[in-house]
Design a protein around this ligand. Sequence first.
Ligand code: GLN
Length: 550
Amino acid sequence: MSEPASGTRYIFVTGGVVSSLGKGITAASLGALLEARGFSISVIKLDPYLNVDAGTMSPFQHGEVYVTRDGAETDLDLGHYERFLSTRTSGLSNFTTGQIYNNVITKERRGDYLGGTVQVIPHVTDEIKNAILAGGEGADICLVEIGGTVGDIESLPFLEAIRQFSVELGPRRGLFMHLTLVPFIASAGEMKTKPTQHSVKELRSIGIQPDILVCRVDRVLPESERRKIALFTNVYERSVIAAVDVDDIYKMPGLLQRQGIDDLVIEHFDLGADVPPADLSQWSALIEARSMQDASVRVAMVGKYVDLADAYKSVNEALGHAGLQTGTHVEIVYLDSTSVERNPDASLAEIDAILVPGGFGERGVEGKIAAVCYAREHRIPYFGICLGMQVAAIEYARNCAGLPGAHSTEFVTDAADPVIALVTEWRDIDGDVQTRTAASNLGATMRLGGQLCRLVEGSWVAECYGSTEIVERHRHRFEFNNHYRQRLADAGLMFSGFSAEDDLVEVIELTDHPWFIGCQFHPEFTSTPHVGHPLFNSFIAAARSQKTEK
Ligand code: GLN
């Protein structure tokens, strides 16, 4: 390994006591602070579950599948990192225990271990260390977040691997940051540090001494408690950071900065005292923008996983970003598509804009089509993303182009008019031909990742982007069936974006409607709080101005 002065530094982020403490947001906020101080950052999320393929996991249980630009289907936490940092994640940024074991077993079966006994230590831990090394390469600082909670059986190999890794790195190259909970017990009227003490004890018993403790608290952490935590956990007092609950996640970088967390990291890594302080004005601007919102719109999100907001995490965030960009408070109303199907008028009456996000599987598709019909006829801004574009095309074919049997072969394999169908061959961003058939495995047959799309000059979508060439990320199997293009165009549907390689339909829009765009890609993955996303910003602006006119 290279000399400490030149190589990548690693911050290992673990969590204790309970899950859902906001480890991802805390780590991303620290990353943002360090980025603002001029360091390049990379991130890795290690997930202790056994699934090999995040793409086939249920969004009901795990939240959305986040797609990286290079086409990896990953944990939704990577989305936080891309929204907080300018760094872009990739297939090297997320590993599950299942993938690690899969690699080890493949190597074993190939004979790479020459018949030796294959064990957790060193084979599994070596595989983890290699993954961390690959993910961190080239960055000044790499954040490595370990999913789960210290004490779980599942995360042990990861913890053992990072312990070994930091020893091999040598001094001043690895830092352990541990996140815990310091609960307030109302009946006793005081905060309790014992769970934190135990969690650190657990970590130390496997050889990891945290350098920084971030304590999640619901009120100010008294100095006496900070001192006590420091004493019992062998952490410097100034390295015990209080993460007080915030009403706005964009307050996190500032909250951590005020306690000097970035200075602690820079000192620990010996990165020089002359690094200028972080300028957090862009983050303060966001907090300010939220307080300045002077109108509000109700956006209906019609989908299948409506009871789990995390299933549409990036779409929610992108709508929120658009609200910050346009001074508009965006209220998201989750509507189950089956109830929209039963009674579109009642469910959509009080709504200012309608969004149909991506989705798979048949349940609820007719409700989504009904929502599109309602938006088109009532001239309500409509934004269809992926499946949302496909249902918009089906609706138009059925109700405006005289094709009542129009459908997607995903839902009706022998549809009379398959306006959405499986395209068996396409080229990826590198120009390599990829294929799929109806019988292909669910795992690896999607059009995935960033692809170049050409927008039609003069279209509304090109106007929004201010460009006729864009790269957006995909995650779908089915496509608009080009055999129907002329028929629908003659009926008035505008096709305004095409894949550069294959002439696949990427965007449709209605020109005689206040705002009606469907896109085959997922724009939500590239929205950031600081600039939003051109389509989301324009969609919310349209909803806002239409509401004002009413
Ligand atoms: N189910 C559709 C397809 O596979 C849409 C996917 C999506 O919305 N992400 O093409």
